[in-house]
Design a protein around this ligand. Structure first.
Ligand code: DQQ
Length: 539
């Protein structure tokens, strides 16, 4: 593989080479965090899937541990696909995962640690009862759409429950199973949830969140239920490659999950964790710090030929803490605090006015490997552009109104991975409109259209509306920049957009960072802090 690798990350996890996707069975065990990942040991395209394994004590620096689960028995001989870990009553984790059998059917298997005293969980032993769940004539399960078992949770009847992703025609399904002993699993007649027209549900995730008055960031173990608890159901839509979630009420006595919003629930795909490139995510409860952690996979936006040439594909986002917003209507995500240990040399700018049409370089940090926080002062909404009622699709709006299209209140934000003369840059910004009811509408965009002079890359723009009122509070943006990945958090993590970019000029120490305002109204950058980021150990 080429020695010149301008797109390899400095602090986002990726293995030394080859293809990765999805992070099954994350967990904290005996003080050690475990990261497994779907891995092709033979190349930079998907295939030959095994579980590679790395461990960490901070989820930022990782040590490779060989393979955790790999094809070795009849029920997984053609692949060991995604799955989850569950802590059993003895405190030892069991992994449930999808195996591809000799007939290429998808079946569910179990593996347990060979030595529970080993904090690194180096070797896994497969259950001789495998497969534990399989498609049969009676259960009418689609044998090529039956995968990715969730972490199991315990019901009030001391029985385990779990979900397996599936579909029936185009109806996405979260198939529900129950077991008393974790080995014998019975399919329940009704799925926990299903939605017409959504296609295959990969990597389902189902977990409780605390709905405290005023909001709380405390995470919950997967089996917790109670009056102050809501549940999140996330599914990864194979047809669109996006992770969608709903928040709702789960009744453990009848095993029914009801999403909160009324009306067209059946067609409503719910919200997204991330409005950029982000897929096959998974959460786990970190009992060490009482938080729920979200891990996600970000695929390349380059061509397959480019991936093969550079010898690798796929990176891991910085793990995010995830919790229920105080509105109770959406989740909030924030990079784990441990990433801040990588911050080194930093710059802090005092309150600065960004005049219409201005671009301000932020110097003094390594712009291709940085963490940036900027906050904009309260805005006078009487100056905002009116939102056309037909502009309901934020991604289409970001595509139509990119960073170079002048507005009134915005576009303002950051230009990252920019070249010296601005032939290349990725723009992450806000644009504020006045809605038809007079209320503010905040659009957040990540505009990749100028990110590289190489037009072979997918340079689609991404966007989302942000639930914040910038007349009443500052509008904040944090962006983690790492060579070819740009992770942006709007309004303290209410909206997240991740992008992959491949500049030709803004590499190898030649990347620049700017704050900009391309609106007709001045805005105040009330705070701007930026840090160079140290390299993490990510092998
Ligand atoms: N791909 C895996 C599946 C999962 C999907 C196979 C997510 O288990 O459904 O690598 O990328």
């Amino acid at each position: 593989y080429p020695t010149h690798q301008p797109y390899r990350t400095g602090y986002h996890f990726q293995p030394a080479k080859h293809w990765i996707n999805a992070f099954p069975a994350p967990m904290l065990y005996k003080g050690v965090y475990h990261l497994f990942y779907q891995y092709n040991p033979k190349g930079a395209k998907w295939g030959n899937i095994v579980w590679a394994h790395s461990t960490s004590t901070d989820m930022i620096n990782w040590s490779p541990r060989g393979y955790g689960v790999y094809p070795s028995q009849r029920s997984d001989i053609n692949g060991t696909w995604s799955g989850s870990a569950t802590f059993l009553h003895n405190g030892v984790p069991a992994i449930l995962y999808t195996g591809i059998d000799p007939d290429r059917n998808q079946v569910q298997n179990m593996a347990v640690p060979e030595n529970p005293l080993d904090p690194y969980l180096t070797n896994w032993v497969k259950a001789h009862e495998n497969p534990l769940m399989e498609p049969t004539q009676q259960n009418r399960i689609n044998a090529s759409s039956f995968r990715d078992p969730t972490t199991a949770w315990l019901g009030p009847d001391s029985t385990w429950r779990l979900l397996v992703g599936s579909k029936h025609d185009q109806k996405g399904l979260a198939v529900l199973y129950r077991s008393k002993d974790f080995v014998n699993w019975m399919k329940v007649d009704h799925p926990l949830h299903s939605t017409e027209g959504t296609g295959m549900w990969e990597c389902p995730d189902f977990y409780p969140v605390l709905a405290g008055a005023g909001g709380t960031e405390v995470g919950l173990d997967t089996s917790v239920v109670g009056p102050n608890v809501k549940h999140v159901l996330k599914v990864s839509l194979d047809d669109t490659k996006h992770d969608h979630y709903t928040i709702g009420k789960y009744d453990p006595f009848v095993d029914v999950y009801t999403p909160d919003h009324d009306g067209l629930a059946d067609q409503d795909l719910g919200m997204r964790y991330d409005y950029g490139k982000y897929y096959a995510s998974k959460t786990f409860f970190d009992w060490g710090k009482n938080r729920r952690i979200l891990l996600g996979w970000v695929n390349e936006s380059s061509t397959e030929d480019d991936d093969v040439a550079k010898g690798w594909a796929g990176v891991h986002t910085i793990p995010r803490k995830i919790w229920l917003d105080k509105s109770g209507k959406q989740l909030v995500q924030w990079p784990i605090e441990e990433v801040e240990k990588l911050r080194e040399k930093g710059v802090k700018k005092p309150c600065q006015e960004l005049k219409p049409g201005s671009v301000h370089e932020v110097t003094g940090v390594t712009a291709e490997q940085a963490d940036v926080e900027i906050s904009f002062g309260k805005l006078d909404l009487s100056k905002a552009e009116k939102l056309d009622p037909s502009w309901t699709d934020p991604q289409a709006l970001c595509t139509r109104k990119g960073a170079s299209v002048r507005g009134a209140l915005g576009p303002f934000g950051l230009l990252v991975l920019g070249s010296k003369c601005m032939q290349e840059y990725t723009a992450v910004f806000f644009r504020v409109f006045q809605g038809h009811d007079g209320k503010p509408v905040v659009l957040m965009c990540s505009d990749q259209s100028k990110s590289s002079r190489n037009d072979e890359n997918d340079k689609a723009s991404y966007g989302t509306f942000v639930d914040v009122n910038p007349a009443l509070e500052n509008l904040s943006l944090r962006t983690l920049i790492d060579h070819s990945i740009v992770e942006s958090f709007g309004a303290h993590g209410k909206s997240v957009i991740t992008a992959r970019v491949y500049p030709l000029l803004a590499i190898d120490g030649a990347a620049h960072l700017y704050a900009f305002n391309n609106g007709t109204q001045s805005v105040k950058a009330s705070r701007l802090s930026a840090w160079s980021m140290k390299k993490a150990r990510i092998g």
